[in-house]
Design a protein around this ligand. Structure first.
Ligand code: SF4
Length: 208
């Protein structure tokens, strides 16, 4: 039997409403994979949280691309005068790929990606707990190639016994993906044409 899908965008709306009612602006560790994916999600949540970014994306290949995406993110933060700390994890694509290799031939959206989410979100959740953040989340649900059911299920599962709460999200809803592209065009941001890992170079082609 097919599992019932949860509308995580609505779940987020409920949470944001509660935060407003309780007059509470908690801390949020936000996993960000690149500048374009940060743009619109930030517009949605910026008034509700004290945000810190975590950039732990050893999935990205090659290394120049990893730095290019990070620099683009920093450039965008500067362009919109957002004074947000970016925590950078060391880049280690070789070790990261050892786990993904068995799924090398899969197209995007399958077990390789679920494992990739688990690795990066797990790291972010551990860091958030160790450093006393109230919430942890990711911008990745903005992408039309990222399964929001998978992302949120993994986020909730990995944070369930932790002191940090998972931020439910489906940023692509309500035209979110298209709105992010509008911002990308407006600021002339570099928009990559593959998800990130070396396997996705041959399986994904994104046109702006
Ligand atoms: S396609 Fe993207 S999400 Fe999937 S494994 Fe590669 S980098 Fe990770």
């Amino acid at each position: 039997m097919e599992e019932t899908k949860i509308n995580y965008q609505k779940e987020q709306e409920k949470l944001l409403k509660k935060l407003v009612e309780s007059n509470n602006k908690p801390t949020l560790l936000l996993h960000v994979c690149c500048g374009p994916c940060f743009t619109y999600p930030y517009e949605i949540i910026k008034d509700y949280f004290k945000i810190t970014i975590i950039y732990n994306n050893s999935n990205i290949y090659p290394e120049e691309e990893y730095h290019r995406r990070l620099n683009e993110l920093k450039g965008y933060l500067k362009a919109i005068s957002a004074d947000i700390e970016v925590i950078e994890f060391p880049y280690d694509n070789l070790t990261y790929n050892k786990d993904l290799e068995p799924f090398a031939d899969q197209r995007e959206g399958m077990d390789r990606c679920r494992l990739c989410f688990r690795k990066r979100l797990g790291q972010a959740i551990d860091y958030a707990e160790e450093h006393g953040f109230d919430f942890v989340g990711t911008v990745m649900s903005i992408s039309r190639f990222k399964n929001s059911q998978d992302l949120n299920k993994i986020g909730f599962e990995l944070s369930q016994d932790k002191k940090v709460q998972w931020l439910p999200a489906d940023f692509k809803k309500n035209g979110g993906y298209e709105k992010s592209l509008d911002i990308v065009r407006k600021y002339g941001l570099y928009f990559q044409h593959y998800c990130g890992c070396k396997f996705s170079i041959r399986t994904t082609k994104v046109e702006l």
